[in-house]
Design a protein around this ligand. Structure first.
Ligand code: G3P
Length: 227
């Protein structure tokens, strides 16, 4: 299972990169624009934090295949890291994916709302396909079902290596259900990612360990004081 962080906020990236077992960061034009800073500076700072092994997914803006291919080339030339080029699924997007795949680019298909878009992107050569689970739910669809149907179809091809990267989450249940439905990877914003490991009874247990121990071995002491 792969967990990625869906943000371009440097403080959040520092925090989760250090404390959570994330394998990369995903961005899109909205996420980067939210930071209101110099584009290149933001991307390079993210790479400085996560290093060159963890994945960085960066999206193109072009609407036609030619521009998308040029943007992808420039990104690869300028940025030193484990780059995945995010391309929204459209006719021109699929065309660009096929060309870029042949040239050896890593590709993430994005902006996905249906299971057929996932399957077409996989056929075009995408390594990851990102269904927008919450956006599907918001318009009366079923984001988790998009994941499960696509997973079922892709599983018929034993050679399939393309992974479903669930995205656009507003709560832990959407993430958890997507994983059960077949998403091999999920990208999650910082609020929901934090909630993924939160349980008040766990916090209560940690407090109880400390106070029970303290009554016998001394408050505030830990194993460093004893061993
Ligand atoms: O990774 C996709 C994601 O950023 C879209 O999320 O919350 O804007 O629907 P949202």
């Amino acid at each position: 299972m792969e967990y990625l962080l869906d943000t371009a906020n440097l403080e959040e990236i520092k925090y989760f990169n250090e404390k959570f077992p994330i394998v990369g960061v995903t961005t899109n034009p909205t996420i980067i624009a939210n930071e209101k800073g110099d584009y290149k500076k933001i991307i390079n700072s993210i790479l400085e934090i996560i290093g060159t092994e963890k994945m960085l997914h960066v999206q193109v803006l072009g609407r036609d295949a030619e521009t998308i291919i040029k943007e992808a080339g420039l990104l690869k030339e300028t940025l030193k890291g484990n780059l995945y080029i995010k391309i929204p699924v459209s006719d021109e997007g699929l065309k660009a994916m096929a060309v870029l795949k042949k040239k050896g680019f890593n590709i993430t298909a994005t902006g996905i709302l249906t299971s057929q878009q996932i399957v077409f992107a996989a056929q075009a050569g995408a390594d990851y396909m990102a269904p927008y689970v919450n956006r599907a739910d918001n318009i009366g669809g079923d984001g988790v079902r998009v994941v499960s149907e696509a997973y079922e179809i892709l599983s018929r091809n034993k050679d399939n290596k393309a992974k479903i990267l669930g995205a656009s989450y507003k709560n832990v249940k959407q993430v958890h259900d997507s994983i059960l439905a077949g998403a091999e990877a999920v990208t999650v914003g910082s609020d929901v990612l934090k909630q993924m490991i939160y349980h008040p009874y766990t916090d209560w247990s940690i407090d109880k360990f400390e106070s029970d121990w303290g009554k016998v071995y001394g408050n505030g002491k830990n194993l460093l004081d004893i061993l």
